[in-house]
Design a binder for this molecule. Structure first.
Ligand code: BGC
Length: 392
């Protein structure tokens, strides 16, 4: 028997991307030297085509990010052409009646900022504030939602502890702590400056949240470690910024079953990994329900700002989307104020240190010929977007 899960009226359906991962031609940021993205999807020039695709797929919201290194290529020097270009992009979405969600910082720093120590520098929140003021003054009329920072905690752990993102430091706990502090400050400053320019603007941040559970539920030590980890991983930032968020942006990809070990680093993630993506990431939709449930106490609207899977063969994507939507719907039915879902990503794109291998797109890119093809799962998602309901 068919079952229909209706979403609230006005629910937003769309997809997300970020500048460095799709635009192409970005050569002046902290990734450009070691991890050049080259032409990427050439979104900078071909955005109209891609927005046509989003429209055709019945999406009514699109998330993109501004590239700081284009807008402020040298400290204090703002590039008119770049900002006008973004204005054109946003207008083009508006013309299609697609709402715009704009991230001000998605993992890339202008070169000049990195030379000054990037996010470990206590002056960086001030630099960020100047850039935000310029961008918001110019673009606010075309922006429905501002996201200040994408995945703050990961943007500290990957560059300073794990060494996966530039500046690729390992176990630099001081650098990491400085970055956490500075990002937090940057968000608060940005929130204030956006509100001073546009008091009714909707401002939030997109954070990677995970449901954390103990591997050995019987072990008191394992449970204590999980509580501490959960606080650091999911709650600390929310508690610190909750007064400066008009909505919560949730990026959800995986859950974490935490195992305690006797040797350094004392904790590890050990998921069951029954079903995994091309990147080896466990597919675990039910934990998104737990993440949303935990957030109810903040009484803020929630947008799923990212949720996606690396699945080159498009074997799991349709089910992945549907399974996640099922638990979102359940949470809504139980009172959670979830107002939108943005799949990551519209296009296959540059997956940071993993390069062009992983394929997250609703649209498959052929980078050699710079052509693209809409994947079957994208049409299935489009039906959901159109009907505002999930038919099971
Ligand atoms: C990031 C994206 C990334 C995606 C898939 C998110 O954590 O915001 O930039 O491509 O995950 O790994």
């Amino acid at each position: 028997m068919k079952k229909e899960l209706e979403f609230p009226q006005g629910f937003l359906w769309g997809s997300a991307c970020s500048s460095y991962q799709v635009e192409g031609g970005i050569e002046n940021c902290n990734w450009s030297e070691k991890f050049p993205a080259g032409k990427a999807c050439d979104y900078w020039n071909r955005y109209e085509e891609y927005f046509d695709v989003a429209e055709k797929l019945n999406q009514n919201v699109h998330r993109l990010s501004l590239e700081w290194s284009r807008i402020e290529p040298e400290e204090g020097k703002f590039d008119r052409e770049a900002i006008e270009h973004y204005k054109k992009m946003l207008k083009s979405l508006k013309k299609r009646k697609i709402k715009t969600m704009v991230t001000l910082w998605h993992s890339t720093n202008p070169m000049w900022l990195s030379e000054k120590g990037g996010w470990a520098n206590f002056k960086t929140p001030g630099y960020f504030q100047n850039y935000v003021a310029f961008a918001v003054k110019e673009l606010n009329p075309y922006v429905d939602f501002w996201l200040t920072i994408n995945e703050l905690m990961i943007s500290c752990s990957h560059p300073y502890l794990i060494g996966k993102f530039p500046p690729q430091k390992k176990l630099d706990f001081i650098g990491c702590a400085q970055a956490v502090f500075n990002f937090g400050q940057a968000h608060k400053k940005a929130y204030k400056v956006i509100k001073s320019i546009a008091p009714t603007a909707k401002v939030g941040m997109a954070e990677n949240y995970s449901f954390v559970e103990a591997y050995d539920k019987e072990s008191p030590f394992n449970n204590v470690v999980v509580s501490v980890w959960n606080f650091v991983r999911n709650q600390m930032l929310l508690e610190y910024t909750k007064k400066e968020q008009d909505f919560l942006g949730v990026n959800y990809y995986f859950h974490e079953k935490i195992r305690t070990e006797k040797r350094f680093p004392f904790i590890g993630v050990q998921n069951d990994n029954k079903k995994i993506s091309d990147l080896g990431v466990e597919i675990y939709p039910s934990a998104l329900y737990e993440v949303i449930k935990d957030m109810k106490k903040y009484n803020l609207p929630i947008y799923i700002t990212e949720n996606g899977i690396a699945d080159r063969g498009d074997k799991y994507r349709e089910a992945f989307i549907k399974e996640h939507l099922k638990v979102i719907h359940k949470a809504i039915k139980e009172g959670a104020d979830v107002r939108g879902y943005l799949y990551w990503s519209l296009l296959d794109n540059f997956e940071w240190a993993d390069g062009y291998g992983p394929r997250f797109g609703l649209v498959e890119m052929d980078y050699e010929n710079m052509t693209y093809k809409i994947r079957p799962s994208a049409y299935k998602y489009a039906e959901i977007c159109k009907g505002n309901k999930l038919i099971l």
